[in-house]
Design a protein around this ligand. Structure first.
Ligand SMILES: C[C@@]1(CC(=O)O)c2cc3[nH]c(cc4nc(cc5[nH]c(cc(n2)[C@H]1CCC(=O)O)[C@@](C)(CC(=O)O)[C@@H]5CCC(=O)O)C(CC(=O)O)=C4CCC(=O)O)c(CCC(=O)O)c3CC(=O)O
Ligand SMILES: NC(=O)C1=CN([C@@H]2O[C@H](COP(=O)(O)OP(=O)(O)OC[C@H]3O[C@@H](n4cnc5c(N)ncnc54)[C@H](O)[C@@H]3O)[C@@H](O)[C@H]2O)C=CC1
Length: 199
């Protein structure tokens, strides 16, 4: 039985360096979205289109050569040759229009703070080396998502990345069929779930 109250979103981790992302809007909220994209995927191919681009955005993208800025109004043609769309404009009609045009082209879209116009949501992200954890509260409370991120950031030791690298080497060394490998990897990590393991 599927309960309506449960979180039914499906999480994925995108290779934004291989995709082309359009961001419409160039102000405070656009900067938040841009920073969420680039802090996680520094080689994201992002095209920003906005009537006005604030200096903070210009400053921020200086460290990211894969970002292009276009200070002008949005045109439908901006949707050609992109894979993903994010909108952070202050114009409700424009948001709706971009949503419709994006769906016609089968593009996935996120409109900042307008869940009803979104095909996907951004999450809070915990990162320790190779480990990345995405957090969603099903849109109920982004603030709680942020707090859980802070909690996990403190709880997970930096050494977790060494463990991941060690396990990766072990994985390459292990011989035998798939089932044997899984057994061995599970045996090596069983201790992590005990208090003494203390990941
Ligand atoms: C549905 C979703 C769609 C989407 O935008 O993708 C959405 C929607 C809305 N956000 C609103 C407000 C705020 N958003 C934040 C922050 C974040 N919001 C993010 C995601 C999401 N926000 C998606 C759901 C994620 C989930 O399921 O948990 C995070 C996780 C990721 C990111 O944006 O990068 C990022 C934390 C990053 C970090 O970890 O630091 C803060 C807090 C702050 O900024 O400190 C506030 C103010 C306080 C508050 O309201 O809680 C409003 C009301 C606007 C209004 O009142 O006008 C709506 C609209 C509505 O709910 O209807
Ligand atoms: N600022 C905030 O903290 C919050 C913002 N929001 C939502 O996010 C939206 C954006 O927020 P801000 O960045 O603060 O807005 P803003 O008003 O500072 O910036 C809007 C951006 O949209 C661009 N824009 C407007 N019409 C355009 C067009 N036709 N083509 C291309 N670009 C166009 C503007 O040039 C500007 O860069 C708000 O309207 C609101 O719905 C929601 C909650 C909080």
């Amino acid at each position: 039985m599927i309960k309506n109250t449960e979180n039914q979103l499906f999480p994925v981790f995108l290779q934004l360096n291989r995709l082309r992302t359009l961001l419409v809007g160039g102000s405070t909220v656009a900067l938040e979205k841009l920073s969420a994209l680039l802090v996680n995927s520094p080689h994201s191919n992002v095209t920003v289109v906005a009537k006005r681009i604030i200096p903070n955005v210009r400053e921020f993208v200086k460290s990211y050569p894969s970002v292009q800025l276009h200070e002008r109004a949005f045109e439908d043609a901006d949707l050609a040759h992109v894979d993903l769309v994010l909108v952070a404009s202050n114009n409700a009609r424009l948001n709706r229009q971009i949503r419709e045009e994006s769906r016609k082209r089968n593009l996935l879209i996120n409109v900042a703070d307008k869940p009803e116009l979104c095909d996907f949501y951004l999450g809070s992200v915990v990162k320790k080396g190779n480990l990345k954890i995405g957090i969603s509260t099903n849109g109920k409370s982004p603030t709680i998502a942020k707090r859980i991120k802070e909690l996990l950031n403190e709880a997970l030791p930096d050494e977790i990345d060494e463990t991941l690298n060690y396990m990766s080497q072990l994985r390459d060394l292990l011989k035998g069929d798939f089932t044997d490998k899984v057994k061995a990897l599970n045996a090596h990590t069983a201790v992590l779930l005990t208090k003494e393991g203390n990941i």
